[in-house]
Design a protein. Structure first.
Length: 394
């Protein structure tokens, strides 16, 4: 493997190029599946580097073929922005009013282009292949699944997959990850409770859907505490409840929307079954009816422990010993890189982009979010070194 010092120098040498790309992307943010200009720009950079790629909509799959035989490692970057009005005041602020790269996807795409450049310039010495996954719509309905169904993990078959996310609560020069569950899954639960409407003066003539809903809510809030081990992570939140029209009429229907977050598919499926049983049986016990509609979102992001070990070793070499912070507990926020990890051994880690001395500490998804751009060459060096280690391991 190339010496870590040389790789750091290689990445730092292209810092001006990385900054120019990142600021160009930042000025022109686009929402999920509408990243047309973004994809055009990424494609133009791949063309300049002589990298082959296929584009479907706004998704791009690039491939750096090594001159020597070997396995294939995929590197992923999401490219979409958020419907947030930027308030940073920087000279490279968004020119698309009401849309902003408030989650750092401009940095992710830039880092992947930097890694692509490094591998393209050394493909004659490369044993194996590096796939470049520029993914749309991470912030909306999950572009990862669509890319996987489109075959991005095949031809050539991907053996390992890596992803990263900039994090402002980590200073530049540090990373964070954990083995096993890093992010939770998301499942939307829509409940409908049916009763019989009547005048409030004669409640015996109807079936009060609001009263039934009160019992259902109480029962649902017992699910996690009674059916999930306290050593396992899960949370169920009822976010909306709607029913009734006026004060003197018994409500004939109530609808509720809830989100369920877990770190395992087994726990998710068990809780969904319990929630359905509760709404149906409790409603029936009061003479009403209850139903549940389930919308499965992102699956839990489960890091492969062996791949995490490689990331930890690289962090010691590329950054410095002790630069890796081990995350104690998974986040219940979701990340659709999880679908790539279901397909192949892979891992996701957080790259420090904060700098409190420079006032760069606003959280992601906030209108004042920005990054210390020194994280860009470090991200390139990390991704390149991790990919090389996995190719050698394979």
């Amino acid at each position: 493997m190339i010496a870590p010092e040389k790789l750091r120098i290689d990445a730092w040498d292209i810092r001006p190029w990385l900054v120019e790309i990142r600021r160009t992307l930042h000025r022109h943010p686009e929402l999920g599946y509408a990243e047309t200009r973004t994809a055009d720009y990424i494609g133009s950079k791949l063309d300049e580097m002589g990298i082959e790629y296929a584009r479907t909509g706004t998704a791009i799959v690039g491939l750096v073929r090594g001159a020597k035989p070997g396995k294939t490692v995929a590197l992923r970057a999401d490219i979409d922005a958020l419907p947030i009005k930027e308030e940073t005041g920087v000279e490279y602020a968004s020119e698309n009013d009401g849309v902003m790269h408030a989650c750092g996807h401009d940095a992710h795409a830039t880092i992947l282009l930097g890694a692509a450049r490094w591998f393209a310039e050394r493909r004659s010495d490369l044993a194996g292949n590096v796939k470049l996954l520029f993914q749309p719509a991470e912030e909306t309905d999950g572009g990862a699944e669509i890319m996987i169904r489109g075959g991005c993990m095949e031809n050539p078959r991907v053996d390992y997959v890596l992803g990263l996310h900039v994090m402002p609560y980590l200073p530049v020069g540090r990373i964070e990850t954990k083995k096993g569950a890093l992010n939770g899954s998301s499942t939307e639960l829509d409940f409908t409770i049916g009763g019989t409407s009547c005048h409030a003066a004669y409640p015996e003539r109807g079936v009060d859907a609001i009263m039934i809903a009160a019992h259902v809510v109480t029962a649902l809030h017992c699910l996690v505490s009674r059916y999930v081990s306290p050593l396992e992570a899960a949370v169920l939140t009822i976010g909306t409840i709607r029913g009734g029209t006026v004060s003197n009429v018994v409500a004939g229907e109530v609808t509720m929307k809830s989100t369920l977050r877990t770190t395992s598919d087994q726990t998710r499926d068990m809780l969904v079954d319990k929630a359905r049983s509760i709404v149906e049986s409790v409603s029936a016990s009061f003479g009403g009816s209850g139903s549940l509609k389930v919308s499965y979102g992102y699956t839990a992001l489960i890091n492969d422990s062996a791949v995490v070990d490689e990331i930890a070793a690289v962090a010691d070499e590329i950054l410095c010993p002790g630069s890796l912070e081990w995350k104690e507990k998974p986040s219940m926020g979701v990340e659709d890189f999880s679908f790539f990890c279901r397909e192949r051994p892979g891992a996701f880690y957080h790259l420090g982009c904060g700098n409190e001395k420079r006032g760069i500490s606003s959280p992601i998804h906030s209108p004042t979010f920005d990054i210390d751009e020194d994280c860009l060459p470090l991200g390139v060096a990390m991704q390149v070194a991790c990919a090389l280690r996995l190719l050698e391991k394979a």
